[in-house]
Each structure stands twice: as C-alpha cells, then as structure tokens.
Design a protein around this ligand. Structure first.
Ligand code: UDP
Length: 476
C-alpha cells in the first residue's frame, strides 16, 4: 500500500441531477477498479434518494479506498422541489462553494485530493487559482458535438447568426463552426440558443461553463473516438488534454466482466424506484416487436402532447413500453386523470411503468426501437444496445444530439419540434418496419464500434489507462 500523501486521491463531484450522478458514479466505479482512492461528493438530497433506491452502498463497499461524502446545496430541506435552476446555481455559489473550500482545507474529505473530477456544468464551484490549488479535470456529461456547438455561441452572436430571427430562420445552416460544416441548422443548436435575448442568463451560463471547461487541466468526455472523432480532433486544438472514455456504462460492464468477484447485481444508479415488472412483460413479446418510450428524468410533457404520443403509439399498431414518471405530465390533474383514462386503452399492446431498468430494457431482444428525448446517457445506452431511435429532443444538448443521430450517425429519425399523432405513428412504423433494415444496419455497426472502443486496446480503454497514469504522475 502506498503511503498517505503519495497515494493518488481523486475527488469526484457531480451536478445534482440523474444523468450527471449516473455517469459520474460509473466513472467512480471504473477508477475504483483501478484501485485509486476515490471520494464521491454528493449533494445531501441526491445522496439520500440514491441510497433509498439503489444498491449503491453494497456495490461500493467492496472498495476499501472508496468513500461517499455529502454537502448541502443550500436549498430548503430534503425532498422539497428544487425550484428554479437559477436559484440552485445561486445557492451552490453562495453556500456550497465556500463550504467545499473549507472541507478541502480542513481535511474533512481526507488527504488533499490529487485532482478533482468536477462536473463541467458547475466549474465555478472551485476557484482554480485559489488555495488549495488542485488540478481540475472537467467532466462533460454531454456529447462532444453539443459541447463544441456551445463553444461557438459567442462567435455566432458576433457574426449575426444568433439570435434566431423567427421560424423561417430555423432551417438555415450554421456557418463557420469547424467540423460541423453543412450539419447543423439553427434548430439543431442547443435549445437555449432559441432564446430571443442572446445574453439571457441561461444561455450565457451554458456558454460560460463551456469556456471555463477549456481552462481546466483536462477535459473528460463520455463518448468514443469512432462516434465523435472529427469533433474530438477539433476540440484537441483548443485543449490538448482530452480523454474520451465512453460509453461509460459499457466500459464499466466490460471491466467488471474481468473482475474476480463482480457485484451480484447490475449497476443501478437510479434516483427512482425501478419497476422491473416490465422485463417479464417484454419476455412475452416477439423479437424486435416493441418500441420503448422514455423521456428521461427531467422532461415534462403538456397534457396535449402526452395524448398525441399515446394516440400515435396506439395508432401505429405496434407494441410499446412507456416510462411514465409520476411528474412526466405537467399539472396535477394531467398526471392522474390522463393516465387512468389512457392506461385502460393501453392494455392490449402497451405497458406503462413509472421507472424502468433502462439499460436492461434496451438490451432486451423484444425491443426494436427507442422513442427518446435524446438525453446523452439515453443516446449512448441506445447506441450500445444497437437500437434505432426516434428522437424528440426538448432542451439543452438534446437538439444537437438528435441531429447527429439522424444526419451523421444515421441511427435514428429526428422528430424535433413536431408532436402530432400522425407523425408519431408514421415514425414508429418507419423505425420498426419501413426503414428498419437501413437503420438497424447502421445501429448494429455503431454498437460494435462502441463495444470495441471499451475493450482492451480500444480507444476509450486506452484513454482511461492514460488518464489513470496521468493522475498517478500528478502525485510524484
Ligand atoms: N433511466 C432509467 N429508467 C427510466 C428512464 C431513464 O434508468 O425509466 C435512466 C437512463 O438509463 C439514463 C438516465 O436515466 O441513464 C437519463 O439520462 P439522460 O442523459 O438520457 O437524460 P436526462 O434524464 O438527464 O434528461
């Protein structure tokens, strides 16, 4: 055992949201498998939810050098709604940031970390130039392509391509973004670019955090070279130290399969209680006959949109498995009233659950397509499972991800900015039947390259090894 002080100690701090905690926990597990000392710092209320529903404690107890620590986000007590994003950011800046500094100085988190793997959505939480000076590895939970698009927003504002000048401007191609020539239209830029005021704090927040990420010691992406190689090359011209180590869930699975005594259960990092009954329902369905529908952990539908999706799914004539989170439909009545009424008509060919074991669902033989909001974790999970997508992006990076899925990777159809039952039914039939061979062909090829990237000698495998040895070098 190395002596305390010379042993690398990595502090990992995710932004308090499902997709962020999920992927950063996977990274924590990967680094623990490489015997690094890890402190995983979580916001209290996230940690509380996580330990309620997931097998987290038992999974991590097998690593003697791993510890969870928690910190407040400064908002009112546990389980109250977070409220506005700006309130959370304000509170993280005014309460969490000074507290973190104090915890680092006092040794409350253990020996001074060799480096901090910090969620790139809140780079501000550590002052890189203040004492104690600790190298920051900025971890981006979004795709490299959407990160790259964010970094160009100041230039797009400067040369008049933003703000968007109304609906007629939406389909115009964006100029001057290296590596994205003829790919992005205005409607494919991260959603905040649609704001009328280009200096709106939400857009500026995304841009500032992106630009700050370039100032970090290193940048980490949950992506892989074969998928986003051209964009990663562009990024390397702005930041020489980039590690592309994804898809993290596949990476972890691959390394766990080589472990002497892997944990008994699949890694589940869910903040909600998982309803596994849908797996038995899937077992009873024919191969590739079911479309899986999930809009992730944050997207909220209007009641009218919920109805259009439901009618579209039913009219498509295909079987479907739909994740309807308790807060998926806006408004209290929407949630219960609509569900009860529609659930009745669903029984024939559909199954609804409040939260699914998504990775297992996507890997199930009965699944033939995924109607998704194009969150980055969901996109990667679909890619690894070789499941073609119908993309219905709502906010942030999702608009860019869906464009890449349809136009660049050719593994999905983009249903952006449309929500009517005819389109839903048509797209479901296209993915499940009419264009199935074409989409399935590229989805299977992309899955193969994702999986080989995390196997020994693959690009993500090698980048993770390089990152670990770079961290070890930092304490010599
Ligand atoms: N997820 C899940 N069960 C569900 C719905 C989603 O486990 O019923 C997981 C999914 O596997 C993914 C995460 O929640 O890892 C959602 O992350 P993503 O980045 O796709 O979207 P977000 O929730 O951040 O919008």
């Amino acid at each position: 055992m190395e002596q305390e002080g010379t042993e690398p100690h990595v502090l990992i701090f995710p932004f308090p949201a499902q997709g962020h905690v999920n992927s950063m926990l996977k990274l924590a597990e990967l680094l623990s498998l490489s015997r690094l000392r890890i402190t995983f710092l979580n916001i209290h209320r996230i940690h509380h939810k996580l330990t309620l529903h997931a097998d987290i404690q038992s999974r991590f107890s097998r690593f003697p050098n791993f510890q969870f620590q928690t910190i407040t986000d400064g908002l009112p007590p546990e389980n109250r709604p977070i409220g506005k994003f700006s309130d959370l950011i304000h509170s993280l800046k005014s309460v969490t940031k000074p507290l973190l500094k104090q915890m680092l100085i006092s040794g409350q988190l253990g020996p001074t970390p060799t480096c901090i793997i910090l969620d790139g959505l809140f780079n501000f939480i550590v002052d890189v130039d203040a004492e104690p000076k600790i190298p920051i590895f900025s971890f981006r939970t979004i795709s490299a392509c959407s990160f790259w698009a964010y970094s160009f927003v100041p230039k797009l504002i400067e040369d008049g391509q933003l703000p968007i000048k109304g609906e007629e401007d939406m389909d115009r191609i964006i100029d001057g973004v290296a590596g994205m020539e003829n790919v992005l239209r205005r409607r494919d830029l991260p959603s905040f670019c649609r704001l009328e005021d280009p200096f709106d704090p939400t857009l500026q927040y995304g841009v500032t955090q992106t630009i700050q990420s370039f100032k970090a010691h290193a940048l980490i992406f949950n992506t892989f070279e074969d998928l986003e190689g051209p964009i990663l090359s562009c990024l390397r011209r702005r930041c020489s130290n980039i590690y592309a180590i994804g898809p993290l869930h596949a990476h972890l699975k691959s390394r766990l399969s080589g472990e002497d005594s892997p944990p008994a259960s699949e890694s589940s990092n869910c903040l909600w209680e998982v309803d596994r009954s849908c797996l038995a329902w899937l077992d009873a369905q024919p191969s590739k006959s079911v479309i899986y529908v999930s809009f992730g952990s944050v997207v909220v539908l209007r009641e009218s949109q919920f109805r259009e999706f439901w009618h579209g799914l039913v009219n498509s004539g295909k079987r479907f498995l739909w994740v309807v989170r308790p807060n998926l439909v806006a408004g209290k009545d929407g949630e219960n009233g609509v569900l009860e009424e529609l659930e009745e008509g669903t029984k024939e060919r559909g199954c609804m659950v409040s939260w699914a074991p998504q990775e297992e669902v996507l890997a199930h033989d009965a699944i033939g397509g995924f109607l998704t909001h194009s969150g980055w974790n969901s996109t990667l999970e679909s890619i690894v499972a070789g499941v073609p997508m119908i993309c219905w992006p709502q906010f942030a990076d999702q608009q860019t991800n869906s464009r890449y899925a349809s136009e660049v990777w050719r593994i999905g159809l983009d249903m952006k900015d449309v929500c009517d039952r005819e389109t839903v039914a048509k797209m479901v039939n296209d993915v499940m039947e009419n264009r199935r061979n074409e989409l399935m062909g590229s989805a299977i090829e992309t899955a193969k390259s994702a999986i080989s990237s995390v196997e020994v000698g693959g690009s993500s495998y090698s980048d993770l090894e390089r990152m670990i040895s770079d961290i070890q070098l930092l304490c010599q």
